[in-house]
Design a protein around this ligand. Structure first.
Ligand code: NAD
Length: 254
């Protein structure tokens, strides 16, 4: 039987967010597809995949750097579908900067998206959610598990996401609202395919050989775990962070 549930997903015009919209379409969960107009990704392609899977979604422009924009985004779930069950703070940026060049501005710009943007999304979502909903934030093995040279600001934001999620889980537990994080490993998306700020195609191929699973992950492999965390099957799971990395972080290196 199709579900009547509704989700908001930031950063859903590409990568993991797009794959999550597709996951929800298969489950009958209706989505508000968050798209950031500053990026070249095509939200219509996400909508096409949703409709191909028999799902329902609307596209909404959102910039997680402002509370006003995120509040309007979450509100769209109510005006369009009359309810909100799941809020997924997936939007993120990745920038490379050696510590010596990591100015206050670069630091603040990063945290404004990757940490405060997550707070804005979880806050706006939970305020509009009926009791019994679920929140998920996307962290990273960079910061969530490891350090990463020349990415201190990104790692700090992604580590901060974990403390944020744990505290929100404790605070919203009495309302029956769960909050969890996923910690993706190396996943092939526009972010990781960027050779300047991340590994790029060649770097991903090389790194994949050292992962126990033998390759980097797909966006769908992360999205399906977010789907699990926003499902009845995870109804007693809250305040947790689930690593999705093909075994990368448990492999001992001599
Ligand atoms: P992606 O670049 O395809 O997705 C990020 C999305 O965030 C994009 O659609 C982008 O437009 C959006 N975005 C950027 N700035 C925004 C803003 N100010 N407001 C709203 N949206 C904005 O890459 P992805 O890998 O799918 O990233 C999704 C999440 O996964 C990010 O939080 C990222 O840090 C995290 N992550 C990715 C990997 C990986 O290997 N790809 C690993 C760990 C964590």
């Amino acid at each position: 039987m199709p579900s009547s549930e509704v989700a908001i997903i930031t950063g859903a015009a590409s990568g993991i967010g797009r794959a999550l919209a597709k996951h929800y379409a298969h489950r009958g969960v209706r989505s508000v597809i968050g798209t950031f107009p500053g990026d070249p990704h095509d939200p219509e392609e996400t909508l096409r995949l949703v409709e191909e899977a028999g799902g329902i979604a609307v596209i909404h422009e959102v910039d997680v750097r402002t509370t006003e924009s995120v509040d309007a985004f979450a509100e769209r779930a109510l005006t369009e579908f009359g309810r909100l069950d799941y809020a997924v703070a997936n939007a993120g940026i990745l920038r490379n900067s050696p510590l010596n060049e990591l100015s206050d501005d670069l630091w603040n710009d990063m945290l404004n998206v990757d940490l405060t943007g997550v707070l804005r999304t979880l806050r706006a979502g939970s305020q509009r959610m009926h009791d019994g909903g679920a929140l998920v934030a996307v962290s990273s093995i960079a910061g969530g598990v490891y350090g990463w040279e020349e990415h201190a600001h990104y790692a700090a934001a992604k580590a901060g996401v974990l403390g944020l999620v744990r505290s929100v889980a404790v605070e919203l537990g009495p309302r029956g609202i769960r909050a969890n994080a996923v910690i993706p490993g190396l996943i092939e998306t526009p972010q990781s395919l960027d050779p300047v700020n991340s590994l790029g195609p060649e770097g991903l191929k090389r790194a994949g050989k050292d992962i126990p699973w033998g390759r980097v992950g797909t966006p769908q492999e992360v999205a399906d775990v977010i789907g699990f965390l926003t499902s009845h099957a995870a109804r007693y799971v809250t305040g947790q962070s689930l690593i999705v990395d093909g075994g990368l972080t448990v492999k001992m290196r001599a």
